[in-house]
Design a binder for this molecule. Structure first.
Ligand SMILES: [Ca+2]
Length: 392
């Protein structure tokens, strides 16, 4: 009976079992999910077209609609959402999108009340011109580190096309291909933290780290504050970059693009690793996947085997992996062999979710409801009898 049970649980994919539960569906091109810190009852789902929806108790409510001001061509869209660490008291949150008119990346703040979001509360925090006119590599993740409160981190892509034709990522006078770090103003605008690496030196003051191609999905470990970057590769290598909080979060780090693609010289434009450049903590080739989706260090508490491991995946292969101690384990994935894993997301108390661009949200690791052994046995018996009936 035990064998039968395991077979039933492993039906959906390969690798060690990873419990997953469909908890949301019907979203239109969802690309991100988050919640205010500590909020265990609500999820905020970002739709690429410019809408944020709130899901609570199985009910979905439109929360903010800025679709009229968002360009959604190719990789453009509403791409990022971050709640202010003091959201519970100030109601402030931040979005990252491509402006319909200027095609620039815009980071804006809004303020929510118990009545919802007042669109008139919109304040532009920062704008990054998308010179070059290409429609891909917009990154768009934004977030706060629990170990660096008050500073907003903003991931930008290299601006698009092939081989970073304008050499933005290595250019410290461009805010493209970077991780930026700013102190957002309470009424729009921003200041630059005095300890940013290029303050008082050549290079844009907003830049925290550089040499990134399309750092589309990233995270800070909610426990340690460590930084994890998922940098989407070009034709060869997909890349995970890491900087611990204890070592200063990679202040001034050069992650190598366009000279380096993962651990190799970029074919055509690459070369030796630039002096001081940081190699990825992990990279993989295109037989395994073709668009890395950066994830989270699992802190959800529902799976002891996963706890403390970095969970990430690939948009094209649908694979989900756990990275720990330099080695990767393939996990069961609800999206195995189906293109569409658009992001992971963390709930307000650390529950981990996977998002399918086709509209589905899966809770990972925690089976809901947690099935009692007797219930699992019943499921196994049902599956067994169904298989027998099909065979008959
Ligand atoms: Ca400077």
């Amino acid at each position: 009976m035990k064998k039968l049970l395991l077979a039933t649980l492993a039906l959906a994919g390969t690798g060690p079992a990873l419990a997953y539960t469909l908890v949301g569906q019907g979203y239109t091109e969802p690309v991100f999910l988050t919640a205010p810190s500590g909020d265990a009852s609500r999820l905020f789902i970002v739709e690429k077209g410019g809408v944020i929806k709130m899901q609570s108790g199985g009910k979905v409510t439109p929360w903010l609609d800025i679709s009229a001001q968002v360009n959604t061509d190719s990789e453009r869209g509403l791409l990022g959402l971050a709640f202010d660490p003091n959201y519970a008291t100030n109601g402030r949150f931040y979005v990252d999108y491509i402006d319909k008119t200027t095609l620039a990346t815009v980071v804006a703040s809004y303020t929510a009340t118990s009545q919802g979001v007042d669109k008139a509360s919109a304040r532009t925090i920062l704008t990054v011109p998308q010179t070059g006119g290409f429609s891909n590599h917009k990154a768009g993740w934004i977030g706060f580190s629990p170990k660096d409160p008050g500073q907003l981190y903003i991931a930008t892509g290299d601006g698009g096309s092939v081989n970073d034709p304008n050499n933005n990522a290595q250019n410290l006078s461009s805010n493209l291909g970077k991780l930026l770090r700013i102190t957002p103003g309470t009424d729009g605008g921003y200041t630059v933290p005095a300890d940013n690496p290029f303050v008082g030196a050549a290079g844009n003051d907003e830049i925290w780290a550089y040499g990134l191609r399309n750092p589309y999905r990233n995270s800070f470990d909610r426990t340690t504050g460590d930084l994890w970057i998922g940098d989407v590769g070009q034709g060869q290598r997909e890349e995970i970059d890491f900087a611990s909080a204890a070592s200063g979060l990679g202040r001034g780090a050069n992650y190598g693009w366009r000279l380096r693609e993962g651990t190799i010289a970029t074919p055509g434009v690459g070369g030796a690793r630039p002096p001081g450049a940081v190699d990825p903590i992990y990279d993989y080739g295109h037989t395994v996947g073709q668009s890395v989706i950066g994830g989270y260090v699992y802190r959800g508490g529902a799976d002891a085997n996963l706890e403390g491991k970095y969970v990430f995946g690939d948009y094209v292969s649908g694979s989900i992996w756990a990275l720990s101690g330099g080695s990767v384990t393939a996990l069961d994935s609800p999206l195995n062999n189906t293109s569409g894993l658009s992001s992971f997301g963390e709930g307000g108390t650390g529950a981990l979710y996977a998002i399918d661009i086709h509209g589905n949200i899966y809770l990972l690791a925690a089976a809901v409801p947690e099935p009692a052994p007797a219930a699992l046995l019943a499921v196994g018996l049902m599956a067994y009898s169904l298989i027998r009936r099909r065979r008959a």
